[in-house]
Write a protein that binds this ligand. Structure first.
Ligand code: AKG
Ligand code: FE2
Length: 260
């Protein structure tokens, strides 16, 4: 049975707690994510294991400023809903998107689609947001941005990893959210080592369930929040923003990336 840890960062309580899906599961599974949180900034660091890490800052940008950004982006970005290829079939991408990148970088291509790269200069507020991200993450650098707009609960992004070659083996992705709160899920990719085998050839040691870290995580991404995926997260984990019937307003998400 999969181990699941839900990170609940609801606006009403602003109380960052790790809690399990159900009491039942609590009994069956004592696995808890290794998470640390800062009581002042509410920043949460979740160690996913094996060199993968997620950082979540629920109050990265001020509330009012974030509404101004949402309004600006909603009106001024040349949103596009391209036809993409998924599992060999053509379909309309279930959300709007746009791509912004520094000049001279190799072209991004995903799901058989090559988005046009717009310039940062055309959208000065994006440069301000990028500056704020660079300030918050010293030592990190980003030179491209994929924007997504979810018009309502029917818009979504399916399970995927941002593991395109042009990002290198350990891409860092900084994800900013504006507007409607949506759930962001992470699940561990299936282990490629055949059952009963270990990479060293030695017989597998039986590890008790309670020492196994969770293989699924859930974050409710708040208006003005920043979530960072680091290390081997794109190699070992998949992420998604599923459909939600109750999500009835627009959400805009910006993912900053470094093209090498
Ligand atoms: O909307 C989000 O929070 C995630 C978007 C995403 O995963 C992507 O653009 O690759
Ligand atoms: Fe992604």
């Amino acid at each position: 049975m999969a181990t699941v840890t839900k990170l609940n960062l609801k606006a009403e309580t602003d109380d960052c707690r790790l809690h399990r899906e159900s009491e039942n599961e609590l009994e069956e599974n004592e696995a808890v994510a290794a998470a640390t949180r800062d009581s002042k900034t509410k920043k949460v660091v979740v160690e996913l294991g094996n060199g993968s890490q997620v950082i979540y800052m629920p109050r990265f940008l001020a509330y009012d400023q974030s509404w101004n950004y949402l309004e600006y982006l909603n009106k001024n970005i040349p949103w596009n809903r391209p036809t993409i290829r998924v599992f060999g079939r053509s379909c309309v991408q279930p959300r709007d998107s746009c791509y912004v990148a520094s000049e001279g970088l190799p072209q991004l291509a995903y799901s058989g689609y090559q988005p046009h790269a717009y310039s940062w200069d055309e959208y000065p507020p994006l440069k301000d947001i990028l500056d704020a991200v660079h300030k918050a993450l010293p030592g990190s650098r980003f030179n491209s941005l994929l924007l997504n707009r979810y018009k309502g609960g029917d818009d979504y992004v399916g399970w995927h990893a941002d593991d395109e070659k042009l990002y290198g083996p350990t891409p860092e992705i900084a994800s900013l959210s504006f507007g409607c709160e949506r759930e962001f899920l992470l699940k561990k990719r299936p282990d490629k080592t055949p059952r009963g085998k270990t990479t060293s050839g030695e017989p597998p040691k039986k590890r008790p369930k309670k020492n196994r870290s969770p293989d699924q995580h859930s974050f409710v991404l708040k208006h003005g929040s920043l979530l960072v995926m680091r290390g081997y997260t794109q190699r070992d984990w998949l992420h998604s923003v599923p459909k939600r019937v109750k999500a009835d307003s627009v959400r805009i998400n910006l993912t900053f990336r470094l093209v090498l």
